[in-house]
Design a protein around this ligand. Structure first.
Ligand code: GLN
Length: 273
């Protein structure tokens, strides 16, 4: 594999948005790319960043945040920076956005107390926290990916139906508009605990309530992000060398077992025979 390929990861507000270990998503992409001899750069997309910084990245990662931090981010992510984000995601830059981040990418988030926070409106969804006395959605999460293109790609990569394991902890309930759901809930609550949907998928952007963090628990999704980013950047398909994912896959199986989730075909590691 040629070492001259480079991946630039844009990390949204690392200090304000990284609850429940979501920085693990950045580290997973970084390490899995480096293990393939790709150069990796991480650019912080925070209050110091310019719209050009946003335009320069190949993958965008955004984590969760408490309501107060979400508000600070939303006051900063406006104007030319918001426009740069919109263009990137609309044009297919891959990304993974967890919990507070998808709420920001939607039309608005209404916290349990206080003012509505306007979002970027890139994803056609709204999120409402029903009030501070309402139970939060907390616990392990298993979903089947149903977003058409992603499900097809992941199935092609792993040879089996794509299931994701994670952990959710949110007060906000999300209702989808015309955007496609990321998946359907097999175990847990997902977007709102009512309609069985989890997350959203827009172009190549994955929005989810799943911490865990998501990528170390589901390494084939990290590879999909890397592969998609490289294809877009270098305008040619670039095959990824399989990595040793046995432990991660065993951890997934242990979790399916513990949750008594009976999947007839649990995904195998990328490249497994
Ligand atoms: N503040 C949001 C909620 O409670 C997001 C929480 C999070 O990102 N963990 O719904």
């Amino acid at each position: 594999m040629s070492p001259h390929y480079e991946i630039v990861i844009g990390w949204l507000y690392p200090k304000l948005m990284s609850t429940y270990g979501d920085r693990g998503n950045v580290i997973t992409i970084q390490r899995r790319a480096q293990w393939r001899q790709f150069n990796v750069k991480i650019v912080n997309l925070d209050s110091e960043a310019t719209p050009e910084d946003i335009k320069s990245v190949d993958i965008i990662v955004g984590g969760g945040a408490q309501d107060r931090q979400q508000e600070l981010v939303m006051r900063d992510l406006i104007g030319a920076k918001a426009e740069a984000m919109r263009q990137k995601l609309d044009n297919g830059t891959p990304g993974v956005f967890t919990c507070g981040s998808p709420q920001l990418l939607g039309h608005y988030y209404e916290p349990g107390a206080g003012q509505r926070i306007e979002g970027l409106g890139i994803l056609d969804l709204v999120s409402i926290h029903p009030g501070e006395n309402t139970k939060r959605c907390i616990g392990n999460l298993v979903i089947e990916v149903t977003a058409t293109k992603l499900a097809r790609d992941l199935e092609e990569m792993t040879g089996t139906k794509p299931y994701l394991v994670g952990f959710e902890n949110h007060g906000g309930r999300t209702k989808l508009g015309k955007v496609e759901a990321l998946g359907k809930v097999i175990y847990g609550l997902g977007n709102n605990g009512e309609d069985g949907t989890e997350g959203a998928f827009h172009q190549n952007a994955i929005a989810t309530y799943s911490h865990g963090p998501l990528l170390p628990k589901n390494p084939f999704v990290a590879d999909w992000l890397i592969q998609t980013a490289l294809r877009l950047k270098y305008q040619q398909p670039i095959l990824l060398k399989p990595l040793e994912d046995e432990l991660a896959m065993q951890a997934r199986e242990a979790m399916f077992k513990r949750l008594k989730v009976n999947l007839s075909n649990v995904p195998q590691p990328v490249g497994a025979s």
